[in-house]
Design a protein around this ligand. Sequence first.
Ligand SMILES: C[S@@+](CC[C@H](N)C(=O)[O-])C[C@H]1O[C@@H](n2cnc3c(N)ncnc32)[C@H](O)[C@@H]1O
Length: 214
Amino acid sequence: MTDESRVRLFNEWAACYDDAVTDAADFPFMGYARVLHTMLDRADVQPGMTALDIGTGTGNVAARLMAAGAVTTGVDFSAEMLAKAREKVPGVTFVQADLLGGWPDALHRRFDRITAAYVIHEFDAPTKAAFLARLAADHLTPGGRIVVGDIAFPSVAIREQAYARWREAWDESEYYWAADVDGDRLRAAGLCVAYEQISACAGVFVIEAARSDG
Ligand SMILES: C[S@@+](CC[C@H](N)C(=O)[O-])C[C@H]1O[C@@H](n2cnc3c(N)ncnc32)[C@H](O)[C@@H]1O
């Protein structure tokens, strides 16, 4: 169920979002450009592939997917973010929907690549795992890949140190990743997971459906 106050927050943020993230020097967006660069590298998009960018915001990842040759769709629940995205990247199809609400008809299909930058930390740990497992099962083509770039730490212990360091900027209503326990949770949900730390507060996960040996 959509939390209307979250939608409002992102709507209000849309006008200055790109200024806040571009070249950010501190938590939580430190390393933003490198995270997006790594995501695109790990996505390894080939021309003609299909891609879905979830929580697309102003379309920064969607623009890169399209430039790499993917037929790209972006989804977000914020009308204002999508207005910016449509202005910036007219070649991408944008759909307004809540990722945790009813899945929109336009997205009832499979994609070669699914990307998610700085959005899945909105979901608590069990929701993250269930959501990503469902995406992999229902919306990835065989051999497809999900690439997540987000506020993340290698372990719970390092996340605790980061909390002490950045307590004032830490949003207590968000769920920043700890790659050790969250990775295990994703594996328990049947996914193959690789993680790399990109900055002191962000990392990239590459997630694939586990192959059956049978
Ligand atoms: C921090 S911004 C990231 C935007 C973009 N991916 C980027 O990296 O620049 C998070 C985005 O996720 C969207 N979002 C958050 N929760 C969502 C949900 N439940 N359903 C759809 N969009 C959501 C917000 O509206 C916002 O545009």
